[in-house]
Design a binder for this molecule. Structure first.
Ligand SMILES: Cc1cc2nc3c(=O)[nH]c(=O)nc-3n(C[C@H](O)[C@H](O)[C@H](O)COP(=O)(O)OP(=O)(O)OC[C@H]3O[C@@H](n4cnc5c(N)ncnc54)[C@H](O)[C@@H]3O)c2cc1C
Length: 388
């Protein structure tokens, strides 16, 4: 991928600067470059990297997303874009291995701002005619013997659900953006974005870049670009991913669907995971909504006690075919809003800047279509997937 250093930018006036090249920024840069705009994407690190919200090998994608009706079209459109990118010669990004959303049936539970998440998922699947099946706890366990769903439980199974490779999605879109002529500036922190005569001044450590518009896709660091009061609405929540060893005799984990499982009333009474990709381990995680004030202040280490607590509170008694050994763990973070919705809007006091953030723990699957949506907004095109 041709990179530039910031000295080469001196004489350029861009149509758009994209600040942050994670899931949403890389998609936006690709979509803008494809439309022939003169663009530069800037990231403080070397994306795809392990310090934002888009790393850790896999992300779940599903179509009947209980988080909101308008997000269903976004998920459908993203699947089309991932396929399109694959057709340009990238590695396989989207793996439709099927998915099962399980409810222990013990008490209703909420997810990403949606009460009765399972019911909402089922109702969207029916409304949008998304291929699915609903089974009781016993039927689910017969079909997937490694998932010990209680007899009181129920599951929603969707054939288009699967996983994406987030790092590969980001790399592929940056690569395509670059092929369409985008400049990419890595390991460069944007200090501020300010109004200028013809649009925006993007301030780096040692120089400024000028553009007509800026798209801010800085993930959790969006707080750095907003007045404190507004920034405080974005909660940074540390998440931990664990890779657990599977029993060498086990046959089920390699052909497992992706799963999500709500087993109690609290948002943390939840576990999700993936099939075994290496035949040795499976990746699983829960969700945490404990706030850390800023991404730079996250504790990145994971101790043995934390792993043991995860095992005792979330894993034990729910799965077959695991040895109890942790192969590795990794830290990531969510940027969450009160209602779990994305925030995509021009800055109120500086409308040349369009921001997109707070994907609230469910944004990766939508990121390809969000990039398209942002590019369409910049270009004044009709939106393929308008958001409420
Ligand atoms: C553990 C975990 C599991 C998840 N699972 C799923 C899932 O299964 N399915 C799903 O759909 N979603 C999932 N999500 C959510 C999804 O991954 C995120 O919503 C999405 O990746 C966020 O992308 P982003 O582009 O907003 O942020 P990021 O990918 O973090 O990108 C922001 C970028 O901006 C850069 N940046 C910030 N400030 C500056 C600056 N001043 N100058 C230059 N660059 C800057 C950063 O370096 C970073 O690269 C999960 C998230 C986590 C953490």
């Amino acid at each position: 991928m041709p990179l530039i250093n910031s000295n080469q930018l001196l004489d350029k006036n861009y149509d758009v600067v994209v600040v942050g090249l994670g899931a949403v920024g890389s998609a936006t840069l690709y979509q803008l470059a494809k439309r022939g705009l003169s663009v530069v994407g800037i990231d403080q690190f070397d994306p795809p990297h392990t310090l934002g919200s888009s790393h850790g090998e896999t992300r779940i994608t599903r179509l009947a997303v209980g988080e909101g009706k308008d997000y269903v079209a976004l998920a459908v459109r993203s699947h089309q874009i991932w396929k399109e990118i694959e057709s340009f010669g990238s590695e396989q990004l989207y793996h439709p291995v099927g998915g099962v959303l399980m409810d222990s049936g013990i008490s209703p539970w909420e997810k990403h701002g949606t009460k009765s998440f399972l019911d909402q998922t089922i109702s969207f699947a029916e409304e949008f005619q998304i291929d699915h099946r609903i089974e009781s706890g016993n039927q689910t366990q017969n079909r997937f013997p490694h998932l010990l769903l209680e007899p009181s439980g129920k599951s929603y199974q969707e054939s288009a659900t699967g996983y994406l490779f987030p790092e590969k999605c980001i790399a592929a879109q940056l690569d395509l953006a670059s092929k369409y002529g985008a400049d990419i500036l890595k390991n460069t922190k944007v200090k501020s974005v300010e109004p200028a005569a013809n649009g925006c001044k993007v301030q780096l450590e040692d120089r400024s870049i000028f553009s007509k518009r800026v798209v801010l896709t800085a993930g959790g660091w969006i707080k750095d670009f907003l007045p404190k009061e507004k920034g405080n609405k974005f909660k940074i929540c540390r998440q931990v991913l664990h890779w657990l060893e599977i029993d060498s005799q086990n046959k089920e984990w390699k052909k497992s669907p992706v799963f999500m499982w709500g087993f109690g009333p609290q948002p943390e009474d939840f576990i999700y995971g993936f099939p075994s990709l290496d035949g040795i381990s499976v990746k699983m995680a829960s969700e945490s909504f404990v706030e850390t004030s800023h991404p730079d202040l996250l504790i990145r280490e994971v101790g043995e006690k934390e792993q043991q607590d995860f095992w005792n509170e979330k894993v034990a008694g729910r799965f077959k075919g695991l040895t109890g050994k942790f192969i590795k763990s990794s830290v990531c973070f969510y940027t969450v809003t009160e209602d779990g919705r994305f925030i995509i809007e021009p800055l109120s006091d500086f409308p040349s800047v369009l921001m997109a953030s707070a994907c609230s723990g469910h944004g990766f699957k939508h990121s390809a279509a969000l990039g398209e949506n942002l590019a369409q907004q910049i270009c004044g095109e009709e939106l393929t997937c308008p958001l409420i």
